[in-house]
Design a protein around this ligand. Structure first.
Ligand code: SF4
Ligand code: SF4
Length: 338
């Protein structure tokens, strides 16, 4: 990434963070899924199929327009494998035209020099690739051996920030691989992070002593800002619950391929409202609602968004929210009767 592009991106980030601290009434980050299809089939993943078609570009653009009208700061395109969407460049360009930061999460398989240059041209700002192991196995083929050539292309041609995420837990056989992946990422000039991954049902398993040791070593190698923002991972690695306020459905939005807003990839169905009908009333309700899955949640990006508001606006349980809505209705009826 060129130095000037990097500085411009950092300045935009600072301005978005200041805006998020000043006002809690807009989404900070949205994950948008333009296609559920993936070329791989990782054993721990519940977010892909092998048959679905790409969502029409005009529909994707209208969803982006709605996110922009809600005041969203960052849109990250995810999947499935979003590089399989034939109009991905247009999607990224539209995010930038709408004044939002454009990010992409990919398994890395489709990065060739010409494709990378097209993404530069479209205005991509962030790319994250998760690499699960060194050699492919029956759980995952997101492997350093397979992807190293793509990483070298990215190192040479990408004019966007590249982060390589290594993973620990969730059935990954050899925890040492996370360290090998992180070292290679640093060698190629990328930032690196480490995530504790969940099983197919989204639940957490505590790390083994060896996994914990590798986890700490990889964290030291990685992005210092990221490590500071991810202190929740120390509790999760110990198998302990972490107390925080998840603002999914408000500050963080997960918009599936059908255009429905969900809390996140692991809690699809809540609230399950179409994005084009999503209002600030929905935003406020979800902002205030305590999420039962928060104590064992491993989703790094939602934790990071949560930090912006952890110090303000305590949340209520879903039962308290229902009671509050009933009370408000009761008062409304009394006023109506008067
Ligand atoms: S983890 Fe990513 S690459 Fe693997 S199957 Fe799921 S969507 Fe595809
Ligand atoms: S706590 Fe985690 S799993 Fe639960 S809704 Fe929030 S992001 Fe999703």
């Amino acid at each position: 990434m060129r130095k000037t592009t990097f500085l411009k991106l950092k300045m935009r980030e600072v301005s978005f963070i200041s805006r998020a601290l000043l006002s809690s009434r807009h989404p900070v980050l949205a994950h948008l899924i333009p296609m559920r299809r993936c070329n791989l089939a990782c054993g721990y993943c519940n977010e892909y199929d092998h048959t679905s078609k790409p969502i029409n570009i005009d529909i994707v653009k209208s969803r982006l327009d709605k996110l922009a009208s809600l005041g969203t700061s960052i849109v990250t395109i995810s999947g499935g494998e979003p590089m399989m969407h034939p109009e991905l460049d247009q999607i990224i360009h539209h995010i930038r035209q709408s004044g939002m930061i454009a990010g992409l999460i990919s398994n890395g398989y489709y990065f060739m020099p010409e494709r990378i240059k097209r993404l530069n041209h479209a205005g991509l700002e962030y790319l994250q690739i998760s690499i699960d192991n060194v050699e492919p196995d029956e759980v995952s083929r997101k492997s350093l051996r397979v992807l190293d050539k793509k990483l070298r292309y990215l190192s040479e041609y990408a004019d966007f920030h590249v982060n390589i995420n290594s993973v620990i837990g969730g059935g990954i056989k050899n925890p040492d691989d996370a360290l090998t992946v992180a070292r290679r990422a640093v060698e190629l000039g990328f930032s690196t992070t480490v995530g504790v991954i969940h099983d197919g049902d989204g639940t957490l398993k505590p790390l083994s002593p060896k996994e914990k040791d590798i986890f700490q070593q990889v964290k030291k190698l990685g992005n210092k800002d990221h490590a500071r923002l991810n202190w929740f991972q120390d509790s999760i690695a110990e198998g302990k619950a972490y107390n925080w306020r998840c603002r999914a459905g408000a500050r963080y939005l997960y918009v599936c391929e059908e255009g429905l807003v969900h809390w996140c990839s692991q809690q699809r169905g809540y609230p399950g409202i179409p994005l084009d009908q999503y209002t600030m009333d929905d935003f406020d309700r979800e902002y205030k609602t305590e999420k039962w899955c928060a104590p064992t949640c491993t989703l790094q990006c939602v934790h990071q968004v949560g930090i912006l508001d952890n110090w303000r606006d305590p949340q209520k349980t879903p039962a308290q929210m229902v009671q509050e809505q009933k009370n408000e209705k009761g008062v409304g009826e009394m006023i109506g009767a008067d």
